[in-house]
Write a protein that binds this ligand. Structure first.
Ligand code: TEU
Ligand code: CA
Length: 539
């Protein structure tokens, strides 16, 4: 297997709680995933990113881990995990696990010890202080909580039940590497690293992201764990710029393969404000940001490509059109992203064009971030309507409704009422329906994935933006030696009338993929219909 096999890969993300419930307790589980491996294989992906399935009180759906070495009973057993790894491998699919090491659960034995006394051997596994400063938690409120027992404050950048680990402590670091090696020996294929840009924190200096020792820690981690193992590694880095992205991903630095950067995901919020403060997306901004990342990684380093994950609203509701043009716009967005250079990530249900939830009651949005925000904003004078509008557009819950398998009750996810309400459109949008329709969003994704395996230019070709100032159409090229692909996407419902100066004759232009059966080839006078997206190839 080549050293950079992950450049050719496409990753499928699974949120276990919402994927498939095999034992009918309303919660998705590992056996459910195993049952659907053939479905995932049919899509054509090579890697599954599995969100946390470890022992956890589930305050933040498993991102609060109380035992890194155990599988939560909610999801099954270690035997199930071994079976999942084995059965995936048999289908040529690797399991990338979620590595949550910025914080643990407050129920982790390390923290239970740490809070007992100031001289406990585990005290310095976490961050304690006499005097809290004004650092805030990403889930609202202060990042410091007072602990009666020892009369000090502990740091938590997420909920109070997610105390931050102290990466300054070499014993703690060694314990984490040991745990990572346990999973590597089990045969996992890689790590997705939760909020990894926070581990270099220096709370005294109010440094949260990108602390001075962050990259030393990652180099050390690489050396002691996955470095020799040829795994896929992706860091979640909300605070990365392209310059910072290179520090993580340039091959010679021996840190990570790629990061998730979120600059494009911040384009529809008011500048300087929180993502709940909505703003319409400007297509030119999107071109600028994506092109900047594409151009910055044309030589060294590597990009990840994504529209969705378990923390983001559904892309078809966000920047597509989930009403009249759900399928066309979902395919357009997929084409736009998968034509770019980098490793694409698909979040469960994205391949069906699943949409945001639109539930009326706040009670149907269980996420801790949503619940906290609702309370905070309500207390500071926002109207219920305003808050619910933000939730409908941006809540993480939108991504977490149960996977829609068929049109039977509870969408075939479970025979009982699931832990979270099913999206009401499941009779129309579901796997069964998608697999009988050759024009479905699913088969469009399948084709995009297959194209990556066939066309080297999709992996290696240089990216070049075309027609920057066009406010309606996103067009770009991929170029490799004397080959060229031309990707043209009408981002909106209004038809577009374009004139490109390509000298090529119509009969020399091939169409690799399109979301209409009869896309035009006359590039000098190109009429694109609503959300039409085409990848042209020149012979
Ligand atoms: O997310 C990091 C993170 O900062 C997001 O929670 C972010 O605050 C929010 O989605 C958008 O503003 C990671 C995980 O992906 C997330 O599910 C966890 O809740 C979080 O870390 C804590 O582990
Ligand atoms: Ca279950």
């Amino acid at each position: 297997m080549k050293n950079d096999w992950w450049k050719q890969s496409v990753v499928y993300q699974i949120y276990p709680k919402s994927f498939l419930d095999s034992n009918h307790d309303g919660i998705g589980d590992l056996k459910g995933i195993i049952q659907k491996l053939d479905y995932i294989k049919l899509l054509g992906v090579d890697v599954i990113w599995l969100c946390p399935v470890y022992e956890s009180p589930q305050v933040d759906n498993g991102y609060d881990i109380s035992d890194y070495y155990q599988i939560s009973k909610l999801y099954g057993s270690m035997d199930d995990m071994d079976t999942l790894i084995k059965e995936s491998k048999a289908r040529g699919i690797k399991i990338m696990v979620d590595l949550v090491v910025n914080h643990t659960s407050d129920q982790h034995p390390w923290f239970i010890e740490s809070r007992k006394s100031k001289d406990n051997p585990y005290r310095n596994y976490y961050i304690w202080s006499d005097q809290p400063n004004d650092l805030s938690s990403n889930f609202g409120g202060s990042a410091w909580s007072y602990d009666e027992k020892t009369k000090q404050y502990y740091l938590h950048f997420y909920s109070e039940q997610q105390p931050d680990l102290n990466w300054e402590n070499p014993d703690m670091r060694r314990a984490i590497y040991k745990m990572m090696n346990f999973w590597i020996e089990k045969g996992i294929g890689g790590f997705r690293m939760d909020v990894i840009d926070l581990i270099g924190k220096e709370p005294d200096k109010k440094i949260k992201e990108n602390g001075p020792k962050l990259h030393d820690y990652l180099k050390e981690m690489n050396e002691y764990t996955f470095g020799p193992a040829n795994l896929i590694t992706v860091g979640e880095t909300w605070g990365a710029t392209p310059e910072i992205g290179h520090l993580y991903t340039d091959a010679g630095r021996k840190e990570l393969n790629m990061v998730f950067q979120f600059e494009h995901m911040n384009l529809d919020k008011q500048p300087g404000k929180h993502r709940w403060d909505l703003k319409k997306l400007d297509l030119i901004d999107l071109k600028d940001v994506l092109s900047k990342w594409q151009d910055s990684f044309s030589e060294d380093g590597w990009n990840s490509l994504f529209w969705n994950n378990h923390d983001l609203p559904r892309i078809v509701s966000r920047w597509g059109n989930d009403r009249e043009y759900r399928e066309l716009s979902a395919k357009m967005l997929a084409t736009l992203l998968h034509g770019m250079k980098g490793t694409p990530f698909i979040y469960q249900g994205e391949e069906l064009g699943m949409t945001n939830a639109n539930f009326e009651s706040i009670d149907d949005y269980p996420d801790i971030e949503t619940q906290n925000m609702y309370k905070d904003r309500h207390a500071t004078g926002f109207s219920k309507e305003e808050i619910m509008q933000s939730i409908h557009m941006k809540a993480r819950d939108n991504a977490r409704t149960p996977m829609q398998w068929n049109s039977s009750e509870n969408a075939g996810f479970s025979t009982i009422q699931p832990w979270m309400k099913v999206n009401t459109n499941y009779r129309k949008v579901n796997v069964e329906q998608s697999l009988v329709d050759p024009d479905s969003v699913f088969f469009h994704y399948q084709k995009l994935i297959a194209l990556r395996k066939e066309k080297d230019i999709l992996i290696k070709g240089r990216y070049e933006l075309v027609d920057h100032d066009n406010t309606q159409v996103y067009a770009y090229k991929r170029i490799m030696d004397d080959q060229e692909l031309f990707i043209v996407c009408n981002f909106y419902e209004t038809p577009a009338d374009l004139h490109y100066s390509e000298g090529t004759k119509e009969e020399d232009i091939g169409i690799l993929i399109s979301n209409y059966p009869d896309s035009p080839r006359a590039l000098d006078h190109l009429l694109l219909r609503p959300y039409e997206a085409v990848v042209y190839e020149f012979n």
